[in-house]
Design a protein around this ligand. Structure first.
Ligand SMILES: CC(C)(COP(=O)(O)OP(=O)(O)OC[C@H]1O[C@@H](n2cnc3c(N)ncnc32)[C@H](O)[C@@H]1OP(=O)(O)O)[C@@H](O)C(=O)NCCC(=O)NCCS
Length: 167
């Protein structure tokens, strides 16, 4: 399985993003919420497509299947990763790293000088991905994530400088 392409969400692919978001983050993304998120200033979403054997995989079209997404925004020289996820069966194959690299390229092209994100302290996989991509902790928000029947979890704020050479 190789990443065929990472490209911005195309017209008519909203449901692809909703399904990826819901499965990757275990949290539903309703179409109206997605539409209003994507309509907010500086926001974009990209999808990672992988090559698959058409007959072997339900939902695959033309030998490709959506495997992950990134949602990010860039405003006034600063970018933010709003969400990133890779389907459980496709993790540890470099897709998350490729999505993050693509977001940094787009952020640099849009004039961002730094890119920020928040990661829950109980999400070591995501924190490891961000560290491996050069993000470093710059702050902490105690009790930021409130999950059903769990104690509140702090968010780590991470930052990476974005250089023109990233684009
Ligand atoms: C976090 C996530 C996007 C990573 O995607 P991925 O495609 O598996 O990441 P990659 O294969 O590109 O990993 C790149 C590097 O990140 C680190 N990493 C990724 N997953 C890891 C894990 N489970 N444990 C330890 N390190 C991990 C490793 O350094 C890895 O490099 P390596 O495989 O050469 O060791 C994926 O686990 C996911 O979708 N998680 C659920 C959603 C989520 O938590 N999103 C982030 C919060 S919005």
């Amino acid at each position: 399985m190789t990443v065929v392409e990472i490209r911005p969400l195309a017209e008519g692919e909203g449901a692809v993003l909703d399904a990826l978001y819901t499965e990757c983050l275990d949290e539903p993304l309703a179409a109206p919420v997605r539409a209003s998120l994507l309509a907010s200033p500086g926001m974009w979403a990209s999808i990672a497509w992988v090559e698959v054997e058409v007959e072997a995989e339900a939902g695959a079209a033309e030998g490709r299947a959506a495997a992950g997404f990134v949602m990010a925004r860039s405003i006034a020289g600063e970018a933010e990763i709003v969400g990133i996820g890779v389907l459980p069966q496709r993790r540890r194959a470099g897709i998350g790293g490729a999505l993050l690299a693509d977001a940094m390229v787009r952020a640099a092209a849009l004039g961002a000088e730094a890119i920020f994100l928040e990661v829950a302290e109980d999400n070591p996989a995501a924190a490891a991905l961000y560290r491996s991509a050069g993000f470093r902790p710059v702050g902490r928000r105690p009790g930021y994530y409130r999950r059903k029947s769990k104690l509140p979890i702090a968010a780590l704020i991470m930052r990476r400088t974005v250089k023109k050479s990233d684009s």
